[in-house]
Every structure is written in C-alpha cells, then in structure tokens.
Ligand binder design. Sequence first.
Ligand code: MSP
Length: 508
Amino acid sequence: MNKNYYITTPIYYPSAKPHMGHAYSSIIADFFARFKKIDGFNVYFLTGTDEHGLKIQRSAEKLNKDPKSFCDEISKTFEDLTKTLNLSNTDFIRTTEDRHKVSVQNLWNILEKNNQIFLSKYSGWYSVSDEAFYNEDEVEEKDGLKVAKSSGSAVEWVEEESFFFKLSEWEKPLLDFYEKNKNFILPESRRNEVISFVKSGLKDLSVSRKTFSWGVKVPSDENHVVYVWLDALTNYLSSLKYPDENNELYKSFWPADLHIIGKDILRFHAIYWPAFLLAAKIEPPKRVYGHGWILSGDEKMSKSKGNILDPLEIINIYGLDPLRYYLLKEVSFGNDGNISEEKLENCINSDLANNFGNLCQRVLSFAEKNCSSLIPDHKFTDDDLEILKPLNNLDKIRSFIDNQDINQYMSFIVDRLFSANKYFNDQEPWKKKDDRLRLNTIVYTALELIRKITILLYPVMPETSVKVLNVFNETENSIDFTSIDNNEILKKDLKINKLDILFKKIEK
Ligand code: MSP
C-alpha cells in the first residue's frame, strides 16, 4: 500500500494581509495532513504565495513599491501565519523563486513541443481581481460598471497579442477523465457544476500577457509573461523539484492526493489544471476539494469588500485551538459558513469547556483522589466494552477522512465526548468505594476514552491534544491513530501527570 500522501493549500495572493478565509483553507489542509501523519503516512504538505500577475503588480504600484519587495513583505506575513496557525507544512513555496520559474518554463516548453500552444490575439473581458478571463455571457452591468457575474469583481476590456492553449481539444478527454475518476471533484454538487460547464463547450485559453512584465517570461518569446494561473498551478509540481522527474520527491508524491481550494477557484483547478497536465502527459492530481466560503454576514469575506475578520485578533483573544475547532466543526464542510465572536464563544463554552474540558478535569481529578494518580487495574464488563467499541472502528474513521467528510468526523467526536461524560455519570464511581476493582475499571475505561478521543482531536487541536496526551506520557511524535483500536494501552501503575484547566468558560 502506498503510504505517501501529498496535500496542498491554494497559494495565496500576497496583495494584502491574510484573513480568515485564507486561514480556513490552511487549517482544513493541516487537519487532513495531521490525521494522515498519525495514521502512519509520509505526508508532504505544501502551502505558499502566488506572487505574479497584474493584481500584485498594481497593488505594489499603489504603494509605490517594486513588486518583488512588496511581495517579500507580505509573503512573510503568510509565512508567519503558518506558524501562528500551527501548520505542519513541509514546504512554503513562493512563485518568485527560481526553483518555481524553472518548472513553469519547462511545463510551457513541453506544452509547446506537444503542439498545444499557438499565437493569436485575445480580445475580451478580464478581471484583475480574479485574474480570470470571462466570456460575454459571464459578465453583467452593475451600477454602470461591468462586473463578472460569479464574483462581482470589476472586469476590463483587454485586446492584445497572446499565446493560447488549445483547451477546446480537451473537452472530451476531460469529460472522460471525470467519468473515470468519479471523485476527482468533491463535493458532488461542484463536480456537477464543472461537468456542465465543460459540456457547454470550452474555448481556447489565453495563457500569456504582453502588456505588463511582472511574471515568468515565456521561454520562446520574452515579450510575453506566462498567464498567472498557469504559473501558479505549477507550484504543486515545482515544490517536488519538477522537472526532475527522477528525484525522490516527485516519484514519491506526484500525483497529489488532495488539493484543498475554495469554490471560487474550482474552474482553474478542476478544468485548466488537469487539461494542462494531460496535454503535457503528466498524471493529474487525484482529487480537488472545493470548500465553501467564510462569510461575514451574507457576503464572502474579502479584502475588496472590506469586511475582514483578522485571524490574528481572534487568536489573540480566544487562542488558536478554539478557532481551529470552530472552523472544523461549526462550518459545514463544503458549504459556506459564518463566524462571529458570539458563535465562537458559545462553541467554546458548550463543546470545549463543558464537554471535552469537563470530561478531562472530572476524570483526572477523580483518578488523582482515588487512584493516587496512577493508572489503576481493570476488568472490563460489557458496559465498558460497549462504550469503547465505536472507537475501535478504524476503517470507519478513516473513511470519514478519505471522503473528506469532516462533518461526520466531528460529529463522531462530539458523540463520543457526550457518551463518555454520560458513562462516567451513569457508572457513579464515587459510589463504588467498597468495590475497588469496579471503581478502578470505571476510571480506567474513562481514561482510555479520553486517550482515544484526544487522539482523534489531535488533527483538530494539536496543541491542546498534546497537552492531554502528556498526561499519559505520550509525546507528539508518538501519537498513533491505530492505537485507538486497542483498549488496553494504558499500563497499570503508570503515573498520570497533572493537567491544567484546558478551556476557561467565557462569562456572558
Ligand atoms: N492565488 C490564488 C490561488 C492559486 S492556487 C494555485 C488565489 N488566492 S487567494 O488568496 O485569493 O485565495 C486563496 C484561497 O483562499 C482560495 O481557496 C479562496 O477560496 C480562499 N478564500 C479567500 N476568501 C475566502 C473566504 N472568505 N472564505 C473561505 N475561503 C476563501 O485564489
């Protein structure tokens, strides 16, 4: 079985500081990366910044900066954010790096050699904000301004000489590819959207620009720069040292297992990207998951709308792990979701303080008082085995992850927490002081429940989970998902370490 796993976030435009939407894509990807890691996979997790194109050039010009130093500054805030979000990424790629430019030019040369590129003239609509070309029927007039219907961003008329990619030739092969790889695009609703778009006919795609210079030069004609999306998508290859196809990274990790992206950039990832790759005779990625948006009220949170919630501010007030938990549990994965301080506070109080925190504190302080802070002996009854049983089903839990069903994964955890608290209540160990073995067994079972559930929480809240697992002398590197299958990992007389309060209830 292939135990390598390659997962990516989109690479972010460093046109402004990161916001909650960016944090969301990254936290989702980190969640999957961490789960795979504790399930024994070699994980390659890539994130980075997308630094070329007119959008960045103009943002830099507005501040009278040259684009490279402008990017250096803002890209750094994205790199810092990977630390603040506690991402386990393997690499951080910037498209202005030489290693990346080499890859882009190589891919271009192959496309040219394979007769996939021709010179012509583009005339049509272009949105600098989306870095996207739009057909006439995708554009509408709003308040006297031409905007893209899908994103609402302003479009401008462009007429210039341009190289084109023969996208129209890939309509049928793409439809075949989607048919053969049913889960290439998830969730299913987005898959259907993509398929109907492709079926409606694909036009050749302009893949170079001539009227500005901030980009990777087209190798065969330096008056052109490569279209920023062809440039950006190639990051997924360049981090693996493509074009050196014989190097270990490329051999081990390509094709990517999962590109996590927002639904707004589905067309680029689910149509253009596999078409470029098929045309270059490179295997396409295995899956593209288009998540929903984090909304502010009813609108997408974005710089241009000025309705941004700063992840750093939220983390300063509430801490990182509660934010991660909130985004993973309260935003239904695949759909749009909302975040507000009030909702976050409710979630901290009900799920983290009352449910998870309470379970840990009660059981551990009971064990301290009644078992001298040592793992007690045990003799399971049917009640105990019954409560442990759902956590022995590794394949079911793995299938949540492999289907990107975060919602089921999270509700599985919440159910386990509720039932663990209920078990401890119902068993009333405080009334069993004259039946030592029974009291010990209840404590043992409750400790095993905490250990197992905390392992499942590790991809969600790494720092908090490591604190809890330290109670049992486990360290971050020793966390093993498969150990939740075993009900008797905790060894008698092992010291139970102290745990500080995990989450303080927020007074309202
Ligand atoms: N640079 C391109 C991606 C190139 S990938 C080869 C880009 N950058 S972006 O910075 O605009 O957006 C990056 C990601 O953040 C996208 O997946 C986008 O969907 C996500 N989000 C941006 N705003 C968002 C929300 N308000 N909510 C959730 N995610 C959104 O697109």
